[in-house]
Design a protein around this ligand. Structure first.
Ligand code: NDP
Length: 376
């Protein structure tokens, strides 16, 4: 398993004490911001399998998922994924550490890790079923980790992995796009001013697509600066009417959800392989409210029904997009960042002492890029 010699050399030497515990923000129950608790007594997540990489966290960023998970969203399904044997035990997931994006430095590697060594600067998106990175250390499998872009600070780098992994999973796996197949594509991104939107605009522009974005009027400068070709202000006038006057789209990435699909699917080119992909899906809400089996069946039935209806009526593919852990995909993002084609969009920064304030900022909504926590 883990290389204890490396661990002692790299972990104990930097904090100048032999650590067995670390500081972290944890929750011991689900609820509002008051459940966040700072502690210095969390056992360090040492390497316990040959493919693991232990990272000293320098910066972490927050996502809407952190707010939702703080309140218990997805608890049933994530618990099953975390530890199938204790899925029936109440409270077995606590103390739970939130925080999905990490930028930091490798301090220890399992015996089979080939791509990383202690001292490497890395970034990663921590899967929601693993302990998060609002902590001094986080441990992931090698496949989930990637070398961080050299030109970015840890604070900047931490703003990218989770939204990048989500956008790539949605656009590539669900949407069938790639670097070489996007130049003749017209893409609509709803909610273009947030974390996923600001990344997706840049990725699609780097791939040569034509990008239309919906956002608030005061975000127009931001999204145009990132490369958006057309911008529709959803706060003035009927957004669907404004979009209907444009040429139809090949793909829609929906970051808003709600009733968006009711008017958006009609904006796609019929019978030409066009795809509607929403990131706002009912899967975890269904498993939370109906239980694992009934919730999964219900969500699957909903997806299947909508997919069939849309393919029969207009030849449009209806899909749900999900975050997927993917270190190699982040390697590709690193190349685009190194080439200056993707910039970090950090809206707000907080020190590690102010994690509850960072959650408050995120909870106010109206994100313009990402909120980052400086950990080290
Ligand atoms: P953010 O909170 O960073 O961004 C949301 C953005 O949408 C804000 O800029 C907001 O600004 C804007 N917005 C709100 N309402 C509208 C509207 N009606 N039309 C256009 N823009 C609007 O969220 P993320 O980008 O991180 O995530 C987007 C969605 O995707 C979230 O619901 C998130 O939970 C989900 N998601 C799902 C994942 C999955 O695995 N399925 C993974 C990651 C994210 P303003 O209100 O000022 O207009």
């Amino acid at each position: 398993a883990g290389c204890s010699v490396c661990f002692k050399r790299h972990v104990s030497s930097s904090p100048s004490r032999l650590q067995s515990c670390m500081s972290a923000w944890v929750i011991d129950q689900y609820g509002t911001n008051g459940v966040l608790r700072y502690t210095e007594d969390i056992t360090i997540p040492t390497v316990s399998s040959p493919s693991e990489v232990m990272i000293k966290v320098h910066a972490a960023s927050l996502n809407p998922l952190d707010i939702s998970m703080r309140g218990g969203y997805g608890a049933k399904l994530l618990k099953l994924r975390r530890d199938p044997m204790s899925v029936m035990d109440s409270d077995s997931e606590f103390p739970l550490i939130l925080g999905r994006d990490v930028s930091g430095v490798v301090v220890d590697c399992g015996s089979e890790v080939t791509h990383f060594a202690p001292g490497d600067e890395v970034w990663a998106a921590v899967p929601p079923w693993k302990q998060g990175c609002l902590a001094e250390f986080v441990t992931l499998t090698e496949y989930e980790v990637s070398h961080k872009p050299e030109l970015l600070s840890h604070t900047e780098a931490a703003s990218i992995p989770y939204v990048a992994s989500t956008a790539l999973s949605a656009l590539v796996n669900a949407g069938g796009l790639c670097r070489d197949s996007s130049s003749d594509k017209r893409v609509l991104i709803t909610g273009g001013s947030g974390g996923v939107g600001t990344f997706s605009i840049q990725l699609l522009k780097a791939w040569g697509a034509h990008v239309t974005v919906t956002c608030s009027q005061n975000a127009e400068g931001l999204v145009r600066g990132l490369g958006a070709d057309e911008v529709v202000d959803y706060t003035t006038g009927d957004v669907a009417e404004q979009l209907e006057m444009m040429e139809k789209f090949d793909l829609i990435l929906d970051n808003v959800g709600g009733d968006t699909e009711q008017w958006a699917i009609g904006l796609l080119k019929p019978w030409s392989g066009a795809k509607y992909i929403t990131l706002v899906t009912p899967l975890l809400l269904s498993t939370d409210s109906m239980g694992l089996l009934d919730g999964t069946i219900h969500a699957g039935f909903t997806l299947h029904t909508k997919a069939i209806q849309n393919i029969i009526s207009s030849g449009v593919f209806y899909r749900w997009g999900f975050y997927a852990p993917d270190g190699p995909a982040l390697d590709e993002v690193k190349k685009l960042v190194d080439a200056g084609k993707i910039l970090p969009v950090v809206e707000a920064q907080f020190p590690f002492t102010q994690v509850p304030q960072a959650f408050q900022k995120l909870e106010q909504g109206h994100a313009r890029g990402k909120t980052v926590v400086r950990v080290a």
